[in-house]
Design a protein around this ligand. Sequence first.
Ligand code: NAD
Ligand code: AKB
Length: 316
Amino acid sequence: MATERILIIGSNGQIGLELAEALRKNYGSENVICSDVRKIENQLEPFETLDILDQNNLHQIVKKYHITQVYLLAALLSATAEKNPKFAWDLNMNGLFNVLDMAKEGLIKKVYWPSSIAVFGPTTPSVLTPQYTVMEPNTIYGISKQAGERYCEYYHQKYGVDVRSIRYPGLIGWKSAPGGGTTDYAVHIYHEALKQQSYECFLSAKTTLPMMYMEDAIRATLSIMEAPADQVKIRSSYNVAGISFNPEEIADSIRKHIPNFSISYKPDFRQTIADSWPQSINDAEAREHWGWKPNYDLDKMTQVMLENLSSPMEGG
Ligand code: NAD
Ligand code: AKB
């Protein structure tokens, strides 16, 4: 089998840090090139500083390392995007075009680009939202993800680009910090529970959203990328489900370990975003086509989050 040479764009974010670790295990550290607009402490190497909007630099890096696969993670997430909608559109769309166009020219063999449950909107059926349904997103983030999905499918059908995608729910992990989304509360709550046994939530008590433990998300990502091409029948993006819960329920789960934990609610602009998204996802197609199945439920995730965040190495 020819060696894969992988470029992660946006490698220093919440997903990138964990994905890089997993890809390095599977493909060898020297074959996984990390890149981001910002360098971090203990930066994984090889690393290249790259602004995804700089097409020339992207070309140079792809050539320099003989890249075969690109994981494009650089984007503005839902909450940050609402504060700067023009830039969010520019980054989320033109970043994707720069990568898809290189694949179209045959310079990259395979592309991974994540979509989100944000592609759904207030008119979408919100319980067990199916793969194919009404999609009228009303956030700039969701609009860019939906347009991105359409472009992925178009590049696949029209130019044969091997692009694969998952509509991630809100992702929760202990190894990295979330980067400006509406679901970020479900990571912050564990940190605050350990630090001060209380948390003020920016969503209301009953706001149920689809979520997923990061280990499941990384496994889903590697599964779809490693699946034979004919099993990846959907080239826009796949629904994948993990866990659905609301702030009250995650607080109850935390109380099984920290009985005096208290939560209060002060909804802000992110409440409107959350209210436009589904409560739960039907992922029948991902299960059938490439064998997707989540491993973590809420209590299992809470246990792992609290154990790891309270270890002296992590420091909560
Ligand atoms: P993040 O914000 O944590 O990380 C994004 C990374 O991209 C950051 O390290 C940032 O420095 C980098 N970046 C920003 N602008 C860049 C540019 N111009 N060029 C290169 N790098 C740049 O985001 P994340 O949570 O890791 O999300 C990654 C992808 O997954 C995004 O497309 C996001 O929409 C999608 N997604 C994430 C979640 C989630 O819950 N984390 C859910 C659904 C979809
Ligand atoms: C966000 O809240 O913006 C992300 C997402 C669900 O896409 N976590």
